[in-house]
Design a binder for this molecule. Structure first.
Ligand code: STX
Length: 383
């Protein structure tokens, strides 16, 4: 009876495991109950799968257990939401959830133009963290949507400071993936005294070669099928500069061309963000308002080189932040922001811990990446 209780409690807390661990567990389950017929096993697949997960957890070595995936924290609602006026033109949306007296953490979203969502609250222990989400200018619920005027990296850095002061925060943990890593790094380099720790994922430093890899010649070698759809709206004579060609159309005066280009631009990113393509994610690219925000703002930032001093900007200023505790999480098969940038950052900043996740692409939603991001957030929750 006690054994059954132990097994059931393990089943209730079961998390997805690598396939090889499940296979091992199946063998073990089989040895424990060899009379079970295959067809019965098939009929009870869900039960058996859970059992396999928990059994395999008991037979895995510690090293294997560190590769077990974590589930996000439960869904949580904000206790405070607002719009902060940051210029004559822009108001930025922010929200707070978790523990009002906890360690403040600011979630810096990607794109630029991607905005935040309820899922982004769930990397952080709500008992320990005061979780702050912010939609950057023109993105998400910020107003006006997709506005490109008064919208540069430096405006976004000053908005982070405006929000920090508005919320009466002295220092916060800064969490950002992809473009969120770019902005988090630049913000920290400008305001190192305001940053307790950095948690960075899918490193993107906005060098020209990173942009060309993704929007001109690089990632197309890996996703030729998705690429065909990406280049389709652009005439062959303009394809030598796809970012420029898209930018002209996205900021042009034909709304139907704007929308078609926004969808194709967004679809390229949604098709290439994960190790295994997520078809649900692709639907997002068809949402008109989101696609327009995402594509217009991304193209605007990218044709302008992220408004940075030079290609090496982030690396040149790295000494400003080398004393700040930091974790970098990078998918090995990240096609959007290849691991070369995370490696280069690590070389310039050896004090920052780097996790390369062997079974992941770009997305924060990939199980190995989620797990290491949550581990890092746990590590810094007592700072
Ligand atoms: N854009 C990289 C980036 O920051 C080139 C990014 N990629 N996907 C996203 O952001 C979302 C998760 C916001 C869609």
């Amino acid at each position: 009876m006690r054994l059954m209780n132990v097994i059931w409690s393990a089943i209730r807390s079961a998390r997805p495991l690598p396939f090889s661990a499940c296979q091992q567990a199946i063998h073990l389950a089989w040895r424990l109950n060899p009379s079970r017929h295959v067809s019965k096993v098939e009929r009870h697949q869900t039960w058996i799968k859970s059992l396999c997960r928990s059994l395999s957890a008991t037979i895995m070595s510690d090293a294997q257990k560190t590769t077990m995936y974590r589930d996000l924290f439960p869904e949580i609602e904000p206790y405070d939401e607002g719009l902060l006026k940051v210029s004559d033109m822009h108001e930025i949306y922010y929200e707070q959830s978790g523990n009002k007296n906890g360690v403040p953490v600011i979630y810096v979203h990607g794109g630029p133009g991607g905005g935040t969502g309820p899922r982004d609250r769930r990397y952080f222990d709500p008992a320990a963290y005061r979780i702050i989400l912010l939609d950057q200018r023109g993105a998400g619920r910020s107003k006006p949507p997709a506005e490109l005027r008064e919208n540069t990296t430096w405006h976004l850095v000053s908005d982070l400071e405006a929000l920090r002061l508005h919320l009466n925060i002295d220092k916060w943990v800064v969490f950002g993936g992809s473009w969120g890593s770019t902005l988090a790094l630049i913000y920290a380099e400008q305001h190192p005294d305001r940053v307790k720790a950095l948690i960075l994922r899918g490193i993107f430093t906005l060098r020209r070669r990173e942009l060309l890899w993704y929007y001109q010649d690089g990632a197309n070698h890996i996703f030729p099928d998705a690429w065909e759809k990406f280049v389709e709206p652009i005439p062959v004579v303009e394809r030598h500069d796809l970012m420029g060609a898209y930018h002209r159309r996205l900021t042009g005066d034909d709304p139907s061309i704007q929308l078609q280009c926004a969808q194709r631009w967004s679809m390229w990113e949604m098709s290439t963000s994960r190790l295994l393509v997520d078809h649900e994610l692709l639907k997002r690219a068809e949402t008109d308002e989101w696609a327009l925000q995402f594509a217009k703002i991304e193209a605007h930032y990218f044709v302008n080189g992220g408004f940075m001093r030079c290609d090496e900007h982030i690396y040149e200023d790295i000494d400003n932040i080398r004393h700040i505790p930091a974790t970098i999480v990078q998918g090995r098969y990240d096609v959007v922001c290849p691991a070369e940038s995370a490696w280069k950052l690590h070389k310039h900043w050896p004090e920052a811990e780097l996790f390369i996740i062997d079974d992941a692409g770009h997305s924060a939603k990939e199980p190995g990446i989620t797990t290491q991001l949550m581990n890092a957030a746990d590590k810094y929750k007592t700072l």
